[in-house]
Design a protein around this ligand. Structure first.
Ligand SMILES: NC(=O)C[C@H](N)C(=O)O
Length: 330
């Protein structure tokens, strides 16, 4: 029996056409499907336009709208495909991984680097790959792109122009398309029990990428702007400078003010470990929470989500010590 799929569209290049100010999203779901009529022969498809935005405009308010649309659609379908711009897709796929807990069905995000009506577009193959992920029943949130299925909370956009635009960071791909079809590469974490929607979040989160000279006074801004959480992309396996410009004593101030500080690495691949070097261990002594091998996108969205679930730094620490969707190796 053909699987039932709900296609939700949110905009992005896949749905864009050239306008007076450059490419802008225009096409709705029926128009998108008209470019891939074969899908209608393999699947029973319903569709709905949820948003029509370039993904640079997709923010926490839109994540909640998308999460609710997916949650409402889940009972009636075998899986859900969400088309989305590529630029912030990894943030959305990470956040959906936290907002939709215990997913037992596939929720697959896809998009394209070229609009669907361009002759050389990657949109059609990406849509086919996303629908194949539903057919294979790969549970949880994933990103389908360039013939690969990547766990949603492990996806990072790594190319602005290349069709191979997403990397699966610190985790193997869930599946890949070969000449003999879709090959499952790693076991997917199927949820058990009831799928739960937890869409409360806190947007008062800042991401700071350190450079060799970042001024400590910058941290005062987090306090005066009432930020509740900060993710610091530190150096290498885990380090912050403390000579001349002492970031460490500022960490103590944030800790004392009840701001949750999460530290990760600027390196894209492999885990951080702040216990390795003095420049990291001293930060751990000031109470920072380690993101370990999480992507920056997953760390930022998990911090927003955690601060929506609890009020204390200790609560955030407990949430970061829990693996919800395969986002962290503990
Ligand atoms: N390829 C794309 O989808 C890029 C577009 N600017 C977006 O993220 O909406």
């Amino acid at each position: 029996m053909a699987k039932r799929v709900l296609l939700l569209t949110t905009g992005g290049t896949i749905a864009s056409r050239p306008g007076a100010q450059g490419l802008a999203p225009e096409l709705g779901p029926a128009a998108l499907l008209s470019y891939v009529p074969e899908l209608g022969e393999r699947f029973e498809i319903d569709c709905r336009a949820v948003l029509n935005l370039d993904s640079s405009n997709i923010q926490p308010e839109e994540w909640r709208i998308i999460a609710n649309a997916v949650y409402e659609g889940l009972p009636g379908y075998d899986g859900i495909v969400v088309t989305h711009g590529t630029d912030t897709m990894a943030y959305t796929s990470s956040m959906l991984s936290f907002m939709l807990l215990n997913l037992t069905k596939p929720v697959v995000l896809t998009g394209s680097q070229l609009p669907i009506d361009e002759p050389l577009t990657d949109a059609r193959i990406n849509l086919h790959t996303a629908f194949s992920a539903v057919e294979a029943g790969i549970p949880g949130v994933s990103v389908a792109f360039d013939r690969k299925i990547i766990r949603g909370c492990r996806a990072v956009k790594v190319s602005t122009m290349g069709f191979d635009a997403f990397a699966s960071v610190n985790a193997p791909c869930l599946a890949e398309v070969f000449a003999d079809g879709l090959r499952l590469m790693s076991p997917s974490a199927a949820g058990s029990g009831e799928t739960v929607l937890r869409d409360e979040l806190c947007t008062d989160v800042f991401l700071l990428k350190l450079i060799p000279s970042t001024r400590p006074e910058l941290f005062d801004q987090f306090l005066s702007m009432n930020y509740r959480g900060v993710v610091i992309e530190a150096f290498g396996a885990g380090g912050l400078h403390f000579i001349r410009r002492d970031l460490l004593s500022k960490l103590q101030q944030l800790e004392d003010a009840g701001i949750a500080v999460v530290t990760c690495s600027q390196c894209l691949f492999e885990r951080s470990d702040f216990s390795l070097y003095e420049v990291g261990k001293l930060a751990l002594e000031r109470g920072v929470i380690e993101a370990r091998d999480m992507t920056t996108e997953a760390a930022v969205t998990k911090l927003m989500w955690a601060l929506g679930q609890c009020d204390t730094v200790e609560g955030v620490r407990r949430i970061f010590a829990t693996n919800y969707a395969g986002e962290i190796t503990l």
